[in-house]
Design a protein around this ligand. Structure first.
Ligand SMILES: Cc1cc2nc3c(=O)[nH]c(=O)nc-3n(C[C@H](O)[C@H](O)[C@H](O)COP(=O)(O)O)c2cc1C
Length: 213
């Protein structure tokens, strides 16, 4: 059982990192092998929209995301951690989400158990949850619960006892769910909008004649 924790904060050793570490420690108490992945030390470029990954299943951009792809594929559980930035995720988190399109093409994140940890100074945690849940759903990942912490200054999250405890429980919950080995049914191997297009021949994109047939 492998659990990967991804910290999408540009701040080294920040609040998100502290909570994701708590989650990994929780997963370890249930026997998981864990790895912490930070983003502040990575070179991550945004998706350039070339769509070549739809044909090749690979992203052509040669940066540190190439080392992250195999870690995502190898993980049974993934904790996605991000600070709240302007009522949403960080740019780093969004770049990683967009670059996961290369794994979406071949459904390579399907049935992985995923959870979210976010930290904000005041408002915006719910928007993070909404964004990640859509991301999980499209990839056919399995969603665990959501942890939200409140802190502004580096390390301040340690005072948020609720978030610290909830993060550790999230890690444990993730292992418990992953152990059940739930798999999406093979016939639903792609997101529903693609499934319907394939099965019924109906175009799904406005740009691909959705309304003309
Ligand atoms: C550019 C920027 C935007 C932010 N926007 C929000 C926000 O919309 N809502 C909020 O509650 N906190 C906001 N914050 C505060 C951070 O979420 C907070 O400091 C958090 O603890 C940082 O986590 P980290 O230590 O893991 O980087 C923002 C911080 C920065 C630097």
């Amino acid at each position: 059982m492998k659990v990967l924790g991804i910290v999408c904060s540009p701040r080294k050793g920040g609040n998100t990192e502290i909570l994701v570490q708590e989650a990994l420690a929780g997963a370890q108490t249930r026997g998981a092998e864990t790895e912490l992945l930070t983003i502040w030390d990575k070179n991550i470029k945004p998706c350039d929209g070339c769509l070549s990954c739809e044909k090749t299943g690979e992203c052509h951009i040669k940066d540190d995301v190439q080392e992250i792809y195999p870690k995502l594929i190898a993980a049974d559980g993934i904790v996605w951690g991000t600070p709240v930035y302007f009522w949403s995720v960080t740019a780093q988190a969004k770049m990683l989400i967009d670059r996961s399109y290369a794994l979406y093409t071949n459904n390579r994140l399907s049935s992985k158990v995923s959870g979210v940890i976010s930290v904000g100074a005041s408002l915006g945690n719910v928007a993070v949850w909404n964004l990640f849940n859509t991301f999980f759903s499209v990839h056919h990942m399995l969603s665990t619960d959501f942890v939200y912490g409140y802190a502004r200054n580096k390390g301040g999250i340690r005072k948020d006892k609720h978030a610290m405890k909830a993060s550790a429980e999230l890690g444990r919950q993730m292992v418990s769910i992953a152990e059940r080995k739930f798999k999406y049914p093979e016939e639903y191997d792609v997101a529903l909008y693609r499934f319907v297009k394939r099965e019924y021949g109906t175009a799904n994109c406005v740009g691909r004649d959705r309304f003309t047939d």
